[in-house]
Design a protein around this ligand. Structure first.
Ligand SMILES: Cc1cc2nc3c(=O)[nH]c(=O)nc-3n(C[C@H](O)[C@H](O)[C@H](O)COP(=O)(O)O)c2cc1C
Length: 344
């Protein structure tokens, strides 16, 4: 029986990545079928460049507090390095600030995702610009609607995932349901942070994996050192779904998309009392002041359930090569397993 392949891969390198490639990752020109999720405030140009440099596709997140200025600043990193990159926008933020789409298209990424909504009008302009379109979906019905609207690649985003998302279905059943329903490429997201998770979704038929939390903990992310420490110290049972921080920060997130975070003091105090919080100006201004001081009791850390398997701050290159080396080893051992070979 082989040991865990996540922390001590026997071999690193591009050979493994090539072995894991899928028709979609090859068509995209990627060495590895791995993308970092576009995480607002966390996945900037430096992380995106590092992931692309390592053979995956680096994504830049323009999240709840995103702006055209931020987008234009962050894209310069991969642009100057001559590396491919993607940009991830939010449906509700785009409705509020349509110039985000102009700026994203003008930056010439290879892929644009617009997530957490069910309007697909943006997709036509993106496709016309020769850019691949992607959207995160959380159930088979929205996957079907996105596919009908001509989205090029779907991201099956399971309930285990970090950050915002509809906690409807877990990653594996969602991936299975979407693969059975559509014929377009599907990436798997939510709770994947090790080579075992990567191997599982690729074996199930995913065209690649879209990982958030695992890359948030990387040295190149925009996360603070305190956030990185919180991520590597957390257990898989430490996450909760909540709207408390959207209310405290007055973000207009649709109700169906709560956020998976590491539980903290502020959540303990206000969960279940969201209405009282929104009507309490004193609590809101105390929250903002405490957050400005960087207090992790009030500053929330987005994380998926895969957080428990993240034990060290690593470079994105190290994460990509370890994921690939371990997945190749696991899939190879499964294929050559003596009992399996006897049965077949
Ligand atoms: C810190 C953080 C910030 C996120 N911000 C965004 C965002 O701005 N836009 C987006 O489409 N998804 C965002 N997400 C969700 C990811 O796209 C993805 O669904 C999720 O990270 C997958 O689960 P995992 O974190 O368990 O890998 C965020 C996730 C995290 C962890």
């Amino acid at each position: 029986m082989m040991g865990p392949a996540t922390d001590t891969p026997t071999v690193h390198g591009k050979l493994h990545m090539a072995e894991l490639s899928t028709p979609w990752s090859r068509a995209m020109g990627l060495g590895a079928p791995i993308l970092n999720a576009p995480m607002g405030g966390v996945a900037g140009g430096r992380l995106a460049s590092a992931v692309s440099e390592a053979g995956g596709l680096g994504m830049i997140g323009v999240g709840s507090a995103g702006s055209v200025e931020l987008l234009e600043r962050e894209v310069t990193h991969p642009q100057v390095a001559g590396l491919p990159f993607g940009i991830g926008l939010l449906d509700w933020a785009l409705a509020r600030e349509p110039q985000l789409l102009d700026a994203a298209i003008a930056a010439s990424p290879v892929l644009i995702s617009v997530s957490f909504g069910d309007t697909w009008r943006w997709a036509e302009r993106v496709r016309e610009a020769g850019i691949v379109t992607a959207a995160q979906v959380s159930c088979v019905e929205s996957a079907r609607a996105a596919a009908d609207a001509g989205i090029d690649v779907l991201v099956a985003r399971g309930a285990e995932g970090g950050g915002h998302g509809e906690p409807a279905v877990g990653t594996l059943p969602l991936l299975e349901g979407i693969l059975e329903t559509t014929s377009i490429p599907v990436l798997a997201a939510g709770g994947i942070s090790t080579s075992r998770g990567l191997a599982a979704v690729l074996a199930a038929g995913a065209s690649g994996a879209w990982l958030g939390t695992a890359f948030a903990a990387c040295s190149e992310s925009l996360a603070s050192d305190a956030t990185r420490s919180a991520l590597i110290g957390a257990k898989d049972t430490d996450t909760v779904m909540t709207r408390v921080f959207d209310i405290a920060l007055e973000y207009p997130w649709p109700i169906k998309y709560p956020e998976r975070i590491l539980r903290n003091e502020f959540w303990e105090r206000w969960q279940g009392q969201e209405e009282q919080l929104s009507a309490d100006p004193e609590a809101l201004s105390e929250f903002k002041a405490s957050r400005a001081r960087g207090n992790l009791g009030t500053t929330h850390v987005d994380a998926g359930q895969g957080v428990g398997r993240i034990t060290q701050v690593r470079t994105a290159s190290d994460v990509v090569s370890r994921l690939c080396a371990g997945a190749v080893e696991l899939l190879g051992s499964w294929a050559s397993n003596a009992n399996w070979a006897k049965r077949s």
